[in-house]
Design a protein around this ligand. Structure first.
Ligand code: GLC
Length: 442
C-alpha cells in the first residue's frame, strides 16, 4: 500500500515536473530586457512595403485587388530613391523615441530584407535592390535606438499558408495549403532576422486573428516558435497582436489603438485583462498604418503628446505609427509632428521615461506617473477641475504619501496645498495653458 502511494506520489511529482517544464520561464537577460523596454515609453511604428506604391494603405491587396500576381508587379516599380535610414532614425530619436518597430513582412507577404526563403523580397524583386532592414539596423545601432520587427503570421500571397478569413479574394487556391511548409518558411525567416541584423528588441506578431473564427481551433504552434526566438536571442521580447490576454511565451502585452484595459476599439474578448507584463499601445498618426494618399487626418501634436502621457499614466509604452511614402521619405506632416513632439520630450522627458504608473489612477483631469519618490501629476484637462473658494481650480489627490512638497515641474515654483482626510488638495493657477501642466509631489 505504502509502495503504491509512494509510486503515485512520484508519478504526480514527475507529471507536475513535466508541466513545469512546458511553462515558459523567462531568462534573467529576458527579464532585464523587459524592464528596459518598460522604461522606453515611446517607439515609432513603421508600415512600409510595396503597398506604399499604391498609396492606399497596407490592406490594399485584400481590399481591392482580385489577382495577387497583378499586385505583385508593384515590386518592380518600388524604387524609394529618397530612403535614408540615418535620416529616419535621427528624426525618431530627436522626437524622443527609444525604439522603432519596422514591418519586415506584412500580410501581402513581401519581405523587406534579403531573405533566402523567397524571391519575393526587396533585394531580388525590386529595381531598388537594397536591404533596407540592414540599413535600418546599422542606423539604429549607431544612434542607440532599439530595433523591433513586425512580422505577419498570415500571408495573402503564398499558396502554402492555410487561408483564414482574409485574403479570400486575391485568387489564392485553398487546396494548396501546407502548414508544415509555411511554418518552416516562417521559422527560417525569423532565424534570418535574428541572426543577421544584430540585437533585436522584439518580434511583434500580427495576424493571429485571421483564424479566430475557425470552427476547429487553429494551432499556430506559437510555443515552439517563441522558443526559437528566445533561443536565438534571449533578450528579444515576443509580442503578439492577438487582441487577447498574453499567451504562454509572450513577454509583452499589446493593445491596438487602445489604452490598456479600456476596450474602446471593440477588438475581441479579453483585452480588458491587463497583465503584469510590459504594456504597449499602438496607434496611427493619421488614420491608416500604411501610406494612404488621401489620408490627411493627422492627430495634432497636442493630441499625440496627451496620448503619450496617458499611456505612461497606465505604465505603458506608446508605439506611434508613421506610413513612409513610396519615394522613401517620411510625410512632411509626420516630420513636423516628430519635431514638435521632440520639443516636448526634451523639456518633460523626465516625467515619463523610466516611470511607473502613478499612485493616483487616471482621472478625467489627467494622469500620474512616478519615479524615485516623486509623483508627477499631469494635468491634461484643467477644465475638468472644480474651482475652490478663491476661484482657482483645486486638484484632489487621494494619496497615502507623507508629502514634503508640491512644485511646478517647469521652473520649480512652490504650489499651495493642504492635507485632506485622504490625501492632499492642491490649488492650481487660475489659467493653465500648457498642453500638459505638470506638478511634482515629493
Ligand atoms: C492590424 C492590421 C494591420 C496593422 C496592425 C497594426 O492588425 O491588420 O494592417 O499592421 O493592425 O497594429
Amino acid at each position: 500500500m505504502k509502495k503504491t502511494l509512494l509510486a503515485a506520489a512520484f508519478g504526480l511529482a514527475s507529471l507536475l515536473g513535466a508541466s513545469a517544464q512546458a511553462k515558459y520561464e523567462p531568462t534573467e537577460a529576458n527579464l532585464k530586457s523587459r524592464e528596459e523596454f518598460r522604461d522606453m515609453k515611446l517607439g515609432i511604428f513603421l508600415h512600409w512595403g510595396i503597398y506604399s506604391t499604391f498609396a492606399q494603405g497596407e490592406w490594399y491587396l485584400q481590399n481591392a485587388v482580385p489577382d495577387r500576381y497583378e499586385y505583385a508587379k508593384a515590386a518592380d516599380a518600388f524604387y524609394p530613391h529618397r530612403f535614408d535610414a540615418r535620416q529616419w532614425v535621427r528624426s525618431f530619436k530627436e522626437a524622443g523615441a527609444k525604439y522603432i518597430c519596422f514591418t519586415s513582412r506584412h500580410h501581402d507577404g513581401f519581405s523587406m530584407w534579403n531573405t533566402k526563403q523567397s524571391k519575393y523580397n526587396i533585394v531580388e524583386a525590386t529595381p531598388f535592390g537594397r536591404d533596407v532592414i540592414k540599413e535600418l539596423a546599422e542606423a539604429c545601432k549607431e544612434e542607440g535606438i532599439r530595433l523591433h520587427f513586425y512580422y505577419s503570421h498570415l500571408d495573402w500571397m503564398r499558396d502554402d499558408y492555410p487561408m483564414g478569413r482574409t485574403g479570400t479574394n486575391v485568387g489564392k487556391p485553398r487546396d494548396k495549403a501546407d502548414w508544415k511548409s509555411y511554418y518552416s518558411f516562417m521559422n527560417n525567416q525569423l532565424t534570418e532576422l535574428l541572426t543577421q541584423y544584430g540585437s533585436i528588441g522584439a518580434i511583434w506578431f500580427d495576424g493571429w486573428w485571421d483564424h479566430e473564427e475557425d470552427s476547429v481551433p487553429f494551432d499556430w504552434h506559437l510555443q515552439e516558435q517563441y522558443e526559437l526566438i528566445h533561443r536565438l536571442q534571449p533578450t528579444c521580447l515576443v509580442g503578439n497582436n492577438h487582441h487577447g490576454a498574453p499567451m504562454e511565451g509572450e513577454d509583452i502585452q499589446i493593445f491596438e489603438r487602445d489604452l490598456p484595459g479600456e476596450m474602446t476599439t471593440g477588438f475581441a474578448k479579453s483585452v480588458a485583462e491587463v497583465s503584469r507584463l510590459p504594456l504597449e499601445t499602438c496607434e496611427t498618426m493619421n488614420g491608416m498604418w500604411g501610406y494612404k494618399v488621401t489620408d490627411n487626418n493627422y492627430k495634432s501634436t497636442a493630441d499625440i503628446i496627451r496620448l503619450l502621457i496617458k499611456t505612461s499614466g497606465k505604465g505603458a509604452n506608446l508605439l506611434m505609427n508613421i506610413g513612409p511614402q513610396p519615394n522613401g521619405e517620411l510625410p512632411a506632416v509626420a516630420l513636423q509632428r516628430l519635431k514638435e513632439l521632440g520639443e516636448w520630450t526634451t523639456a518633460y522627458g523626465e516625467t515619463i521615461y523610466g516611470t511607473d504608473a502613478g499612485d493616483v489612477k487616471p482621472q478625467p483631469w489627467g494622469v500620474t506617473t512616478k519615479k524615485d519618490g516623486k509623483l508627477f501629476v499631469h494635468v491634461l484637462a484643467p477644465e475638468c477641475l472644480v474651482p475652490g473658494d478663491g476661484g482657482n481650480p483645486v486638484l484632489y489627490l487621494p494619496l497615502d504619501w507623507k508629502v514634503k512638497s508640491v512644485t511646478e515641474f517647469i521652473g520649480g515654483a512652490k504650489v499651495e496645498y493642504r492635507k485632506t482626510s485622504n490625501g492632499i488638495a492642491v490649488v492650481l493657477p487660475r489659467k493653465i495653458e500648457a498642453v500638459d501642466y505638470v506638478l511634482v509631489v515629493q
